[in-house]
Design a protein around this ligand. Structure first.
Ligand SMILES: Cc1cc2nc3c(=O)[nH]c(=O)nc-3n(C[C@H](O)[C@H](O)[C@H](O)COP(=O)(O)OP(=O)(O)OC[C@H]3O[C@@H](n4cnc5c(N)ncnc54)[C@H](O)[C@@H]3O)c2cc1C
Length: 248
């Protein structure tokens, strides 16, 4: 019998420390960071319950004590499996966690002028980690342009934090949240940008003089948005686009 298979790495366990309910469909969850767990800004962790595992991007900076997640419910009648279970969980409950964070959705070259970071809803999570990790120690003067699309104002998740960071780091962060359903009552207080995020990007690129030779584009979240951004910014305009699709 061949006994030379590499030993399968044991799953870690991580306890829920806090849950914040933003709307019926959106929560933030903070879990413990196991002692031996490391990650880079932009990476994701793999959490599980009873053997059902899913990927979740990490909003925290690596220096933080907890792992912060921003999760959208996919209801059971829309095919959701783990998220309906997560919606029944509470502080003190435990996830399994794969021992290694994964993902190449990272800033590898910190010498560029502009990082155009486009997202839908929870797709903003890796950019929150970039902002928390890099803005205070921004030796190379990277400028982040975070664009986030959402249906409803209460789904942005990081509106206050990103607005505050952009007022502190005026030259290094611009945050543009945009609402796709401005006519709905739930958005009645909204005074900001309207339209899907992929429809506001051309004007943003022009207004901010973003060019393929001084800008790298990241696109994260809804796969239809990512395909549209690739066709527009990569195929037609020659930008390099790095992508992270949250589903197929
Ligand atoms: C690298 C990576 C990072 C991810 N990070 C996050 C994150 O930070 N926050 C987060 O909420 N999710 C994230 N996801 C999605 C997450 O892994 C799960 O797919 C999602 O939470 C749904 O899990 P589920 O088991 O309930 O449904 P699944 O069995 O995973 O999916 C059920 C169906 O819903 C679709 N689906 C999955 N997510 C969505 C969605 N948000 N909206 C509409 N349809 C969807 C799937 O394609 C599938 O058809 C990430 C996925 C990947 C690959």
């Amino acid at each position: 019998m061949n006994t030379n298979f590499p030993a399968k790495k044991k799953l870690l366990e991580t306890e829920i420390v806090k849950i914040e309910y933003l709307s019926d469909l959106m929560i933030k969850v903070w879990v413990e960071k196991p002692d031996e767990y490391n990650f880079k800004p932009g990476q994701y962790c793999t959490l599980g319950v009873d053997g059902i595992e899913r990927a979740y991007s990490i909003a925290s900076a690596p220096s933080e004590q907890l792992i912060e997640l921003f999760i959208e419910l996919v209801e059971e009648d829309e095919g959701g499996i783990l998220t309906p279970v997560i919606w029944t969980m509470k502080k003190g409950d435990v996830f399994t966690m794969r021992p290694k964070a994964k993902g190449i959705f990272q800033i590898k070259d910190k010498t560029l002028d502009n990082y155009l970071l486009i997202s839908t809803v929870t797709g903003v999570v890796p950019y929150v980690s970039f902002a928390r990790s890099y803005l205070d120690n921004n030796d190379s003067d990277m400028k982040f342009h975070i664009l986030q699309g959402s249906s409803y104002v209460d789904e942005f998740g990081y509106l206050e934090e990103l607005n505050e960071l952009s007022s502190i780091h005026k030259d290094n962060l611009q945050y543009v949240p945009t609402i796709s359903r401005p006519e709905e009552y739930r958005n009645k207080s909204w005074k900001g940008s309207v339209g899907r995020v992929n429809t506001i990007v051309d004007k943003y690129v022009l207004d901010n003089n973003l060019k393929p030779d001084n800008t790298i584009v990241f696109a994260c979240g809804n796969p239809d948005m990512i395909i549209d951004i690739q066709r527009n910014l990569e195929d037609k305009k020659g930008f390099q686009v790095i992508e992270e699709r949250f589903w197929k």
